[in-house]
Write a protein that binds this ligand. Structure first.
Ligand code: ADP
Ligand code: ZN
Length: 731
């Protein structure tokens, strides 16, 4: 689109509040050029100090400053306008999370080049002229161009198997004429009827309800609650198909980019083409393309990580959050928000249905679904002949092998049987590297990070000790840095690399791969391992939580959980729920096709409620118990929490700020303020950290309370304050 000329009129300049993508308290006043009316969402270029900043008209100007004092903000070419739904969403997120609105806007403007003018490509199609001589290569090019479509020169040459000079000669002769092609080839539209599955009865009922929601175009939230392998994806694809038929856009959120490749292929099998992707690994160019396609409606289905929530959808008709319980949906830095909760908000603003899918919903969602606020669609059975796996506990107080080994005799036996039968196995341990702790056997010195109160994790393949929090790393020293003894540093406990080493020593013939969400085994290696597992090129996959989710390996019949107790004793509110979800998901990888699955969990607490629920496959017993516990303690979702984290370089200053802040906390009905206390990692990346926790009754307006409190409190400028509303991690 070319910009409409701005007509000078005698009317005065209108004044607008312009939101800049910066951490400012609110919009800044500017005047608009004559003839340009205040329109919320209008994208402008606004002078800021000595430079120009992108900005968005947010409303009328607030201040009383006269025209002559205000600087002029000029609409960009084509006068692009952000959709109203996005603007309202930005305001909502900012107010709920206590983030400056400009910072939230910055997330929505992730593609800085999105507004640059299109750079058309040059294409050629059949012209009126004719070449003097028609050689065979020339004839081939003309034959290709005979369909009347425009192509780039290189593409013509390639399709006709001719050299570029042949194409050039035809252009010179006027047999091909130049046309402008758009900068990007258009996205292919997914076909709702490309390959429709035959749904089973339960799936069909759920799909029917979801389709109805899309057709009605009303806000409503559904929990698609189905056991692993029950066909949740297959079922919500029917809702996507309905949105496609109705020319509405769909947003599908996935918790991890690592999951998307399998997902994209699967989507293509159902809809004939891949969906549009959005995540942090896209190039600037792809970002620009996708951002624009979301805004002009060409991107019909966008699959992305949490930041896709902030795309400028033209006509959003459906939001799906897959694996809705995943902690990865919580963004922990910058603007701190929970993408699942904000997806529900976006759905409400756009007035469209939201589908949350999980085999192990978050307790919040479970309570909403069982309490009737969300529709509860259940899929009880695995699709086809697959049955749920048999989960057994191995009591490690009895079944321990030799010291320094981590695979118990019963687990080794089961591995031998599985491998002997030509089936696949998976070993799960949620710990990266070789060993989580390196300890001096002479003096007891523990190797810790210099900048964090955290142990250094040994990565033996690389002979390095690494901090998983700040990335600090050092060569494994030959002697203890404390007492100077040589050869006394010992690895304590297992990481995936150590489990792999032990496995290899027992089963030297078996083919194995490690998948770990790690900088050492990067995403590419993880993808390769997962693909090798799918194609049956390996026998055993050893991995961290990256292998727990979503994957479908038909030949996988044995899952061994090396340490089921990990993460169960953190003492934080959600530790039990998380352990249950993770182990349930891991277990769900086993026996997803004809052959039944066996899951062995090594634990020292076989009597623990989480373990018992896993072994008896009684999921809801666990949820009911957890619900009661939260209800009694007024914990979310029966009460509200917000965390405040103070951090800074200087110990004393941070602690003093914590005390000052606690003192300034206003008394209010239904609100308790705890702390300050040192955070779990009291030192992180060289910063001292103190935490305060606000615990409030359900009826309390926590945001208002926090605002009143934080606006009045004063402390040293060098201390950084972060607010985390609805915290999910307590580090
Ligand atoms: P979930 O998302 O609940 O874990 P999936 O949707 O991944 O389950 O389904 C598990 C497997 O069963 C997949 O391979 C899927 O293609 C297959 N499947 C599920 N439902 C059907 C169906 N109605 N027809 C054919 N295959 C199905
Ligand atoms: Zn560190």
């Amino acid at each position: 689109m070319k910009d409409a000329p701005l007509r000078p009129t005698d009317a005065p300049n209108e004044r607008a509040g312009v939101l800049l993508p910066l951490p400012l308290a609110g919009a800044y006043d500017y005047k608009l050029p004559r003839g340009v009316a205040v329109r919320r969402g209008l994208v402008v270029s606004a002078p800021l100090g000595s430079r120009q900043s992108l900005g968005v008209v947010w409303g009328k100007a607030e201040g009383a400053v006269g025209d002559n004092r205000l600087k002029e903000a000029v609409p960009l070419d084509g006068q692009p306008v952000l959709p109203a739904g996005l603007c309202d969403f930005i305001d909502w997120v900012a107010q709920y999370t206590l983030t400056p609105p400009g910072l939230v806007l910055a997330m929505a403007l992730r593609s800085r080049q999105a507004f640059d003018a299109e750079v058309p490509r040059v294409g050629y199609m059949r012209g009126n002229g004719a070449p003097k001589r028609v050689t065979p290569p020339r004839a081939r090019v003309l034959a290709v161009a005979a369909d009347g479509l425009a192509r780039q020169a290189a593409q013509l040459a390639e399709e006709a198997n001719a050299s570029p000079s042949v194409v050039r000669a035809l252009i010179d002769a006027g047999a091909l004429c130049e046309v402008e092609l758009p900068e990007f080839p258009p996205f292919q539209s997914p076909d709702p009827d490309f390959s429709k599955p035959t749904l089973n009865t339960e799936q069909d009922l759920a799909a029917h309800l979801l389709r109805g929601g899309v057709a009605g175009h009303r806000f409503a939230v559904s929990l698609l609650d189905g056991v692993t392998g029950s066909g949740k994806t297959e079922t919500y694809f029917e809702a996507v198909a309905e949105a496609l038929r109705r020319e509405k856009q769909t947003l599908i959120l996935l918790p991890e980019i690592a999951l998307t490749v399998q997902f994209l292929d699967r989507f293509a099998e159902r809809f004939g083409t891949r969906p549009t992707e959005w995540h942090s690994d896209l190039s600037q160019k792809e970002r620009r393309r996708t951002w624009r396609a979301a805004m002009n409606g060409e991107a019909r289905v966008v699959v992305g990580a949490r930041s896709a929530l902030f795309l400028p959808f033209k006509a959003l008709g459906l939001v799906i959050v897959d694996e809705e319980h995943e902690q990865a949906y919580k963004q922990e830095d910058g603007a701190i928000y929970h993408a699942r909760d904000m997806a529900v908000v976006r759905g409400r603003i756009e007035n469209c249905p939201v589908v949350l899918a999980s085999a192990t919903p978050s307790l919040e969602t479970y309570v909403n679904a069982t309490g009737g606020r969300y529709a509860h669609l259940k899929l009880h059975r695995r699709h086809g002949v697959a049955v749920m796996p048999d989960v057994r506990l191995i009591d490690m107080r009895e079944a321990r092998g030799e010291p320094g080994t981590f695979l118990s005799p019963p687990l080794r036996e089961a591995l031998a049987v599985t491998l002997g039968a030509g089936e696949q196995a998976m070993l799960f341990l949620n710990r990266r590297g070789y060993a989580p702790l390196t300890l001096c056997e002479a003096c007891g010195h523990k190797m810790v990070c210099r900048q964090c109160s955290a142990w250094l994790v040994e990565h033996r393949y690389r002979k390095r000790l690494v901090c998983h929090h700040c990335g600090y790393e050092t060569a494994t020293p030959p002697q203890c840095p404390q007492c100077g003894e040589a050869g006394t540093l010992a690895a304590c406990g297992p990481g995936v690399e150590r489990v792999a080493e032990e496995f290899k020593s027992v089963f030297p013939e078996a083919r194995l791969a490690i998948a770990s969400s790690d900088t050492m085994h990067g995403p590419a290696e993880t993808q390769a391992a997962i693909r090798a597992m799918s194609k049956r090129e390996i026998d055993v996959l050893i991995g961290t939580q990256i292998v727990a989710k979503g994957h479908h390996f038909p030949q996988l019949t044995l899952v061994g959980v090396v340490d089921a107790d990990l993460g169960g004793s953190d003492g934080d509110l959600r530790a039990r729920e998380r352990t249950f979800q993770l182990l349930h998901q891991v277990a769900g990888r086993a026996g997803r096709a004809e052959k039944p699955g066996l899951v062995l969990m090594q634990t020292r607490n076989p009597g623990d409620a989480v373990m018992k629920a896993l072994a008896s496959a009684d999921r809801d017993a666990f949820y009911e118990q957890e619900r009661k516990y939260r209800e009694v303690t007024h914990a979310p979702p029966f009460g509200r929490l917000a965390a405040i984290i103070l951090s800074g370089r200087d110990d004393d200053t941070v602690r003093a700020a914590g005390r000052a802040l606690a003192k300034a906390a206003p008394a209010a009905r239904g609100v308790k303020v705890w702390g300050p206390t040192p955070a779990f990692y009291s030192l992180l990346r060289g910063q001292t950290r103190e935490r305060l926790l606000v615990q409030a009754e359900k009826y309390v307006d926590v945001q208002a309370y926090l605002r009143a409190w934080l606006n009045a409190a004063t402390f040293a400028k060098s201390v950084r304050l972060t607010v985390d509303v609805d915290p999910v991690s307590f580090f």
